[in-house]
Ligand binder design. Structure first.
Ligand SMILES: [Zn+2]
Ligand SMILES: [Zn+2]
Length: 280
């Protein structure tokens, strides 16, 4: 009998089921046979609360993979490690850097909190650095750093390493999670600050060109030019996806364009949504 991969949304900006709670953030629970992991952790302890409501046994989580260092993806680390202290933690070292966004002349700190950084750095088991492709367990890997191979995708916003806004944050910590189904793969995105097209290109390179069956997560296209959105739609069309779930930070105008370009394969992915895939 073929194995089922189950992806449950524990934190997202929207919610579709009674008893669950949303926040600006992202956290996926991925179960593959006896193995399970969390991809991102949301902004607060909400992942733990929603997991209890959904009766998902977080204490069996063996790995926590962080897509990048922003607060809405890393803020739940401490609460999750309270439940499952022995989980392995995977992140790119640049995720620890100070991170700021600039809007209307205002600077805002949006990086990992000191408390979370300290929790990760001071754990007895340490953490695993994902500068390059890193296997989490059989059939699941983190992409590591994603090369920026096209000219039209930027990090998606005014992101800086300092409050004064003098040093651009290249977001080298950004990575995606790949679930290998055998003949095809599923791609989970945090915020895709590297660009979803760059991410797809890197995954094509890492998997020897395996078809990507599904893309689920944030595409961070809120500030994207029309040209970038159209190039993204063209690349997604060439990818022949069976499922596209643009969530979290994708932005409403871009989300509307993606839904209108791919009406038959787009699905919402609010808290409580579960996606299932069979390993080929
Ligand atoms: Zn985010
Ligand atoms: Zn982000």
């Amino acid at each position: 009998m073929s194995e089922t991969i189950r992806i449950a949304v524990l934190v997202e900006n929207s919610v579709h089921r009674q008893g669950l709670v949303a926040e600006h953030g992202l956290c996926f629970h991925v179960q593959s046979g006896e193995h399970s992991l969390l991809f991102d952790t949301g902004q607060t302890d909400l992942a733990v609360i929603n997991a209890e409501t959904l009766r998902l046994p977080l204490d069996r989580t063996e790995a926590v993979v962080l897509s990048h260092g922003h607060y809405d993806h890393t803020g739940g680390v401490t609460a999750i490690l309270d439940v499952v202290p022995e989980a392995r933690i995977y992140l790119h070292p640049a995720a620890f850097k100070n991170k700021f966004s600039h809007h209307s002349g205002q600077s805002r700190s949006i990086g990992m909190s000191d408390c979370v950084a300290q929790t990760i750095r001071q754990r007895a088991g340490g953490f695993i650095q994902t500068t390059c492709q890193t296997k989490i367990f059989e059939g699941v890997f983190a992409t590591g750093e994603i090369p920026r191979s096209n000219a039209y995708e930027d990090t998606g916003g005014a992101f800086f390493l300092d409050a004064a806004g003098t040093q651009l944050d290249p977001m080298t910590d950004d990575q995606a999670l790949v679930i290998d189904l055998g003949c095809s793969v599923v791609l989970l995105l945090g915020c895709a600050h590297s660009g979803v097209v760059n991410t797809l290109e890197h995954v094509r390179h890492l998997t020897g060109g395996k078809p990507v069956r599904a893309v689920i997560g944030g595409l961070h296209l809120g500030a994207a030019s029309e040209k970038r959105i159209q190039q993204t739609i063209t690349r997604l069309r060439d990818t022949h996806l069976e499922l596209l779930a643009p969530t979290h930070c994708t932005g409403w105008p871009a989300t509307a364009k993606l839904w209108s370009a791919f009406p038959d394969i787009c699905l919402p992915a609010g808290v409580g949504t579960v996606f299932e895939f069979k390993r080929d």
